[in-house]
Design a protein around this ligand. Structure first.
Ligand code: AHR
Length: 500
């Protein structure tokens, strides 16, 4: 297989949205309890946060974290999670059939996220609750003081307002599994009304309306159209959620999951723009891909408890990722970056233990899953502007996506550092790809580093004591030939080349 990529730092798609490298912490399974928070853990800091996990979160390079759900938020009372811990009520979490102790809530999350060096994305409950409670939460979080709820926050130890800018208006409100699910016009009206009320407090908030839970929803398309018909002027972004897994062991189609992500983003962009065009609006609705990842949804750990069993922080959705999954995650990041003119925020779901790049043992170690590596490298090195990559080369045929380019790629150019980063995936299972990066339009002098994940051991996984299987390894094939860079991508692999 061969591929030719034509790059020119003058042909830019958009600045790299730093919020693309977001993550997600939900009160689900062991994401919060024994994930980011475990006061009894040997590495716990005075706030009860695991320092070993915080260090990995910083290394991962997460820029934003969505909280507190997910399905959890749709029956959550945020007030239960603030104030003296010994007076917080334990509650039944209807989403995951677990007992929520409320030992960790908004104030703990805000302390934690500061230590993580990231920006919060706060979700409000529009399932069992409505506009009033959303505005209450906003007052508690963002008002400086002198009002009932802002003073409560101050009494609880947070003198300064949190200044949370980005808010999700509910979660997956189209899903029959969602507590308080609604029809699109019902939800659209509630989202518009809640957004209007929140903007009376602060017009500069950035508000995300719920799009479809996934592209296969029966209401996909009409949902986005109807919600935006109600809420177009009141919201800034619409959410997309998508989880990928191999279907019928079809690895070639799975490796090319980014094709599906591309189509999903392009479809929602078209629908949003059509609503805007009908309204003769010059405003563009942006996309928050605020849940995405590989998730083996058919696997046993996804099944929540039932009946009389309401455990605290049970192990749920604890997928153990393979090297092939890491290649897919690298490919999905390429798709997100390629669309950075419209996708301005994204959250890998989730951060710790629950379909996550970081795993922990209660009381024990924390380690990087395979999918950690492409995320961390992309978050660190995709800087400056996203470039428009012209691709030409061999194709490969997959059952689900038809004939596709064997090599997918995106590139970024950082003016300040004079650095280019090229991210590539070879989706062909059987053949390596000989890639030529044509840089005739760029002043690139040399290769800083070239690393690869995958190519071999596609089924290998990391464990608490096991090796770091998908740690990027040097790709020594990268060389400069005239104004081109040439490199070889092993079959089924993700790579990053940094040039200067
Ligand atoms: O991330 C796991 C769950 O997936 C979230 O709670 C929900 O929003 C989605 O269906």
């Amino acid at each position: 297989n061969t591929a030719r990529l034509m790059l020119d730092p003058r042909r830019r798609v958009a600045p790299v949205p730093r919020r693309l490298f977001g993550s997600f912490v939900e009160h689900l399974g062991r994401c919060v309890y024994t994930g980011i928070y475990e006061p009894e853990h040997p590495t716990a800091d005075p706030d009860g946060f695991r320092r070993d996990v915080l260090a990995l979160v910083r290394e991962l390079g997460v820029t934003t974290v969505r909280y507190p759900g997910g399905n959890f938020v749709s029956s959550y009372r945020w007030e239960d999670g603030v104030g003296p811990v010994d007076r917080r009520p334990p509650r039944l979490d209807l989403a995951w059939h677990s007992l929520e102790t409320n030992a960790f809530g908004l104030d703990e999350f805000m302390r934690w996220i500061r230590k993580a060096g990231a920006e919060p994305i706060m979700a409000v409950n529009l399932g069992t609750r409505g506009t009033a409670e959303a505005v209450d939460l906003l007052e508690y979080a963002n008002h400086r003081g002198g009002s009932h709820l802002a003073d409560q926050r101050r009494d609880n130890g947070a003198t300064d307002p949190y200044g949370i800018r980005l808010w999700c208006l509910g979660n997956e409100m189209d899903g029959p599994w969602q507590v308080g699910a609604r029809t699109a016009p019902e939800y659209g009206r509630l989202a518009a009304q809640t957004a209007k009320a929140m903007r009376r407090f602060d017009p500069a908030l950035e508000l995300i309306a719920c799009g479809s839970s996934y592209m296969g929803m029966p209401t996909f398309g009409s949902w986005e159209r109807d919600v935006l018909t109600e809420a177009y002027d009141d919201v800034d972004l619409i959410s997309l959620h998508a989880y990928y897994q191999p279907v019928d062991d079809d690895l070639p189609s799975f490796l090319a999951s980014a094709e599906e992500m591309d189509r999903y983003i392009d479809s929602v962009t078209a629908i949003a723009d059509s609503v805007g065009a009908i309204r003769r609006s010059s405003k563009k609705i942006m996309i928050a891909f605020d849940e995405w990842n590989v998730w083996y949804q058919s696997a046993a750990p996804s099944t929540p408890p039932s009946g009389e069993d309401w455990p605290v922080a049970p192990p749920l959705l604890e997928d153990h990722y393979s090297v092939a999954d890491a290649v897919v995650v690298g490919g999905l990041l390429i798709s997100l970056l390629r669309h950075s003119d419209r996708v301005t925020a994204a959250c890998q779901a989730q951060l710790v233990n629950v379909i996550a790049p970081i795993m922990t043992e209660p009381g024990g170690s924390a380690w990087r899953q395979t999918i950690f590596h492409p995320f961390a490298r992309t978050a660190r090195h995709a800087r400056g502007a996203v470039l428009d990559v012209l691709r030409d080369g061999s194709t490969t045929t997959t059952d689900r996506h038809g004939e596709i380019d064997a090599v997918d790629a995106v590139a970024t150019w950082d003016d300040a550092a004079g650095e280019m980063a090229v991210f590539l995936v070879n989706r062909a299972l059987a053949a390596p790809a000989e890639v030529t990066v044509d840089l005739s339009g760029a002043q690139v002098r040399g290769i800083i580093e070239c690393v690869t994940v995958g190519g071999t051991d596609l089924d290998a996984r990391n464990t608490a004591r096991g090796p770091d299987h998908a740690a990027p390894r040097p790709n020594d094939t990268a060389r400069r030939v005239g104004s081109d860079i040439r490199l070889t991508l092993p079959p089924a692999s993700w790579s990053m080349a940094r040039l200067t």
